[in-house]
Ligand binder design. Structure first.
Ligand SMILES: [Fe+2]
Ligand SMILES: [Fe+2]
Length: 247
């Protein structure tokens, strides 16, 4: 599969047939909407749902409050244990999905091959293993805090919804490896930011050991982001993945 797009028989645009386009526009005048509602009605209905909603669920209490008190990790939960467990569970779920993203990329690479300056299989495998290690790290931390690593917390749910399109784009058989990498970029950008905020939270709560472990995970994530940017640049024959913002 080519890693660059080509000119072809794309008929999705109105300019494909000026005559039929004109007829279509005339048709909208001949058959106006059957109801009187407009987008404000949709907005009002959405508002009703928002007011009735109970939110994205909750964080269960730690399974072992007693066990938690015994451990030095008690401090890590800090003043805001619910927020901390929510965000740790979010990262845990995201890293688990990250493994799946890399698995899907590896199978695409195996089927279609890479491109000049693109990823090698070994690089993708290495990154997949790092995501898996991060997932394991978070599983340990959540369990030590008396949390349940299998819980889908509100923030885990939110982030799964936000990035659903990333997985869809990567597993879509029609996307090239380069296109799939653009989807991966979205995940790695969000991942990097989320690790940074988690590190701040843990730092404020005084979790020394976790801070070190999380910082080394964040360094690996920074490397992921740099690699993905470089591969995308190579797929477009740009010299480098370095972006100068507002220079
Ligand atoms: Fe990650
Ligand atoms: Fe990553």
């Amino acid at each position: 599969m080519a890693n660059h797009v080509e000119i072809g028989l794309n008929r999705t645009g109105i300019a494909t047939s000026p005559r039929l386009a004109q007829e279509m526009v005339e048709g909208t005048r001949e058959f106006p909407p059957m109801t009187n509602g407009d987008e404000r009605t949709i907005g009002l209905r959405r508002g009703e749902y928002v007011r009735e909603s109970e939110g994205l669920g909750s964080v269960p209490p730690p399974t072992s409050l007693k066990g938690m008190a015994k451990t030095a990790l008690q401090g890590v939960l800090g003043q805001r244990p619910t927020l901390m467990l929510d965000k740790l569970s979010e990262r845990l779920a995201f890293e688990r999905t990250g493994v799946r993203l890399y698995e899907a990329l590896i199978s695409k690479l195996e089927a279609a091959g890479s491109f000049e300056g693109g990823p090698t299989r070994e690089e993708l495998v290495e990154m997949m293993q790092e995501e898996y290690a991060h997932y394991n790290l978070l599983t340990d931390v959540v369990a030590k805090m008396g949390g349940d690593p299998t819980v889908m917390t509100p923030s885990a749910d939110l982030h799964a919804t936000i990035t659903r399109g990333v997985m869809e784009a990567i597993v879509d058989a029609r996307t090239s490896l380069a296109q799939a990498l653009e989807a991966l970029l979205v995940a790695e950008l969000a991942d990097g930011d989320a690790w940074d905020s988690l590190i701040e939270l843990v730092g404020e709560a005084g979790g020394e050991i976790e801070l070190q472990l999380f910082e080394s995970a964040a360094m690996e994530e920074a490397k992921h982001l740099e690699r993905v940017r470089t591969w995308i640049a190579a797929s477009q024959n740009r010299a480098s993945g370095e972006l100068s913002l507002g220079a």
